[in-house]
Design a protein around this ligand. Structure first.
Ligand code: NDP
Length: 247
């Protein structure tokens, strides 16, 4: 049986590419996305995947809620199978310069990007340890590495990923479970391509590769870390940013 790979934010820009790449790798991807989504949006996404020959189930949950994550993981394990790969990809931005940042902007980002790591990982961790195999892959950001003005909330959550990886990795590597992250730079998702053309050109001019990254380049790194023979890589972060910033 194919290993079940849950991707949170699975129907978003990067999540979609990850689901597709995991399917190509022979995994059984499962997209978990926000429970505020309309049934129409979910059906449209599933139909687009079916047109590509892929049957990817979608489950709805709120990654900010421990109970919602517990419920959705229980359902996936009962209906699809044990979760062996978890990609904590769901994330949001609520940008503001710090002097104008509201407690709501701070809380929303911390809960979605950071609490979600605990809320989702906690549901699958013991099963992975008991079975002696697991891959936890967290999506951080170049702006967690270098910081970014206007993103003190977002940068705080993304740099927290590295501490989470390094600590948890030490607890479970001998049980066959690895914990790593990927720090994407500017990737050409709809969100990034929607940036005003002149601003986007300035961003691209600052990237040594002189182009945006492709979602497939992040997805390729997910499958690298999710591979059966990637068990000796743990606590690590891989930057995928066209040379924009290094560890
Ligand atoms: P998208 O907005 O396209 O995808 C994020 C997905 O997460 C959306 O489908 C969103 O649903 C979902 N989501 C948001 N909140 C919740 C929640 N509470 N519970 C469940 N699902 C939720 O973003 P990207 O694909 O661009 O980003 C994916 C990850 O990559 C994020 O963690 C982001 O920080 C990171 N990243 C992206 C970069 C880029 O250039 N695109 C660069 C660096 C890092 P909905 O749309 O309904 O809110």
């Amino acid at each position: 049986m194919s290993r079940v790979a849950v991707v949170t934010g699975g129907i978003g820009g990067l999540g979609t590419a990850m689901c597709k790449a995991l399917a190509e790798q022979g995994r059984q991807p499962v997209a978990v996305d926000y429970n505020g989504l309309s049934a129409e949006a979910v059906d449209k996404w599933k139909a687009a995947r079916q047109a590509e020959g892929l049957d990817i189930p979608v489950y709805l949950a709120d990654v900010t809620s421990f109970e919602s994550c517990a419920e959705v993981c229980k359902k996936i394990e009962a209906e699809v199978g044990p979760i062996e790969i978890l990609v904590n990809n769901a994330g949001i931005t609520r940008d503001s310069m710090f002097h104008k940042m509201t407690p709501e902007q701070w809380d929303q980002v911390i809960k979605t990007n950071l609490y979600s790591l605990f809320n989702m990982t906690k549901q699958v961790y013991e099963g992975m340890v008991a079975r002696g195999w697991g891959r936890i892959i967290n999506i951080a950001s170049v702006n967690g590495l270098r910081g970014q003005a206007g993103q003190s909330n977002y940068s705080a959550t993304k740099s927290a990923v590295y501490g989470f990886n390094k600590a948890l990795a030490q607890e479970c590597v001998k049980k066959g479970v690895t914990v790593n992250s990927i720090s994407p730079g500017y990737i050409g998702t709809e969100m990034v391509r929607a940036i005003r053309e002149d601003v986007l050109q300035k961003v691209i001019a600052g990237i040594p590769a002189n182009r945006l990254g492709e979602p497939s380049e992040i997805a390729r790194t997910v499958t690298f870390l999710a591979a059966d023979d990637a068990g000796y890589i743990t606590g690590e972060d891989i930057t995928v940013n066209g040379g924009l910033y290094y560890h």
